[in-house]
Design a protein. Structure first.
Length: 170
C-alpha cells in the first residue's frame, strides 16, 4: 500500500444499487466533475470497510461520506468526528465480509500505526430510500450538492481540472 501525497483523502462509501445508500460514491463523481482542490484525493470504497482501513494510509485528514438511516429528516447532513462513530472491529461483526467503515477506523489504528490519519471526519446524509434502485431521492440529491460545495470551500478553492484528477475505485 502506498502513502497518499495529499493532505486530505475523501472516501465515498455506499452501495450504488440501493438508491440513497449510493450517495458516497455519487458525491465523489460530482467532486471530480467540479475539480478537486489541490492536495485532495478521492477514493470509492463502495461497501468494503476493509478498503476504508487501508486507503487511509498516510493521509493527514480523512473525510468519510456515507448515507445513514437514523430517523431524521431525509437529506439532513450530519458532521461527526471519526472517534465518535468508531466501533470495535469485533463489535457486532460476525465476520470480516461484513466489516463496516466505523469498524475499519478502529482496526486501521493497528496496521497503519504512524501512517494513521491525524483527523477523521464523517459526513452522513440521512437517506429517504435504501430500496434497490439507482436514483438518489430529491432530498438526498440536494444535500449531496450542498455537501460538495461545503467540501470544496473547506478544503481549498484552487481546483484541478477533472482530467488530471482521479478516483480510486475498489
Amino acid at each position: 500500500m502506498s502513502a497518499h501525497t495529499s493532505n486530505t483523502l475523501i472516501i465515498g462509501c455506499g452501495n450504488l444499487i440501493r438508491s440513497d445508500d449510493g450517495v458516497g460514491p455519487v458525491l465523489l463523481r460530482h467532486l471530480l466533475e467540479r475539480g478537486l482542490p489541490d492536495r485532495v484525493e478521492v477514493a470509492d470504497a463502495g461497501t468494503s470497510g476493509m478498503d476504508v482501513a487501508f486507503r487511509m494510509r498516510g493521509a493527514q485528514h480523512v473525510v468519510l461520506i456515507d448515507a445513514c438511516v437514523s430517523g431524521g429528516e431525509p437529506g439532513s447532513i450530519y458532521e461527526v468526528p471519526g472517534h465518535e462513530v468508531e466501533s470495535s472491529p469485533l463489535e457486532s461483526c460476525g465476520n470480516l465480509h461484513v466489516f463496516r467503515w466505523d469498524q475499519a477506523i478502529a482496526f486501521a489504528r493497528w496496521p497503519l500505526k504512524d501512517a494513521f490519519p491525524e483527523t477523521i471526519t464523517v459526513f452522513l446524509i440521512e437517506a429517504a430510500n435504501i430500496a434497490p434502485g439507482m436514483e438518489l431521492s430529491e432530498p438526498v440529491k440536494r444535500a449531496m450538492h450542498e455537501l460538495v460545495d461545503m467540501l470544496i470551500a473547506r478544503y481549498g478553492t484552487q481546483a484541478r481540472q477533472s482530467e488530471g484528477a482521479s478516483c480510486v475505485s475498489s
